[in-house]
Design a protein around this ligand. Structure first.
Ligand code: KMH
Ligand code: ZN
Length: 275
């Protein structure tokens, strides 16, 4: 059954530099303002990476806790912390992200070339993330950068059980140089592979860079949900830099409405995800 659309905003990421992308929200105030405005437009989940005082990516525990508290206080968004961090972050720091007790956290299902870098996700590390989230009542968003990673998910769930609350939610991150392409054909192939996962499994999709629009349209037409934001896209159209995360969320809301799958409220999103 097709439902409304869960819209996740990923406003910051760990890859873009504030100096090159001045509209990127990097302070807590900027993040909070972005969160409130994106919620008002129709976002219901926020995927969070934080920055330090020099706007460099950080997994600082104090800042993560402060960020979760501020987002809970100022919005009703479902707060999802990134455990992916930056490609240079050590596993121990990435696991410690869970100590900030978010509603959700990302769990990437395998290693992938990431431009000139490698985004390392060993099997034992994935198992640690999954089982710790299970123990602490945090819902994983299984991030999938390549189809082989999706094949690993039923194996994980068969061996270690379902996430806390029983709902499985997957996010296809498409178009990363080194991962699966951001095309309709690939999204359809990925969606078909969801048959190996529990009934009721939901998926979102995001296309990096210029694949953002094809992936958005493909996801809406295959029953998927959307992730948008400046973590994934800093160009709105050819030659036009993104002005704000709100601009990207507004476009996603417009597409979702055209598809007659309007944005889910935060209450509806919580019901869908069992949060
Ligand atoms: N920054 C990438 C290396 C996640 O948030 O879990 C990893 C990433 C995935 O963004
Ligand atoms: Zn991320």
């Amino acid at each position: 059954m097709t439902t409304g659309t869960l819209i996740t905003v990923a406003p910051t990421g760990a890859e873009s530099a504030k100096a090159e992308v001045p509209a990127l929200p990097v302070t807590l105030d900027e993040l909070l303002l972005t969160a409130k405005e994106c919620e008002a437009l129709g976002a219901s989940v926020i995927h969070v990476h934080i920055r330090d005082d020099e706007a460099r990516p950080t997994l600082d525990q104090g800042r993560l806790r402060e960020t979760v508290a501020a987002l809970r206080e100022g919005t009703d968004l479902i707060v999802q912390l990134s455990t992916g961090g930056a490609v240079t972050d050590p596993e121990a720091d990435r696991l410690a992200v869970l100590d900030a007790a978010p509603d959700m956290a990302s769990c990437t299902m395998g290693t992938v070339n990431f431009g000139d870098d490698v985004f390392l996700n060993r099997w034992e590390f994935i198992v640690d993330l999954h089982t710790r989230m299970q123990e602490r009542g945090i819902l994983p968003e299984y991030e999938i950068f390549d189809l082989g990673q999706l094949a690993a998910l039923p194996r994980l769930l068969d061996r270690y059980g379902l996430p806390h609350g029983g709902h499985v939610h997957v996010d296809f991150v498409m178009g990363v140089p080194g991962g699966m392409p951001g095309t309709t054909a690939t999204l359809v192939a990925a969606q078909q592979m969801l048959r190996d996962l529990p009934a009721g499994t939901t998926f979102s999709a995001t296309g990096i860079g210029r694949s953002t629009i094809p992936v958005m349209l493909a996801s809406l037409s295959t029953g998927g949900h959307l992730r948008v934001g400046m973590e994934d896209t800093v160009t709105y159209a050819k030659g036009r830099p993104v002005e704000s995360n709100m601009q990207l969320v507004a476009r996603a809301v417009g597409f979702a409405q055209l598809a007659q799958r309007p944005p889910l409220t935060t209450t509806e999103a919580r019901r869908l995800l069992g949060r």
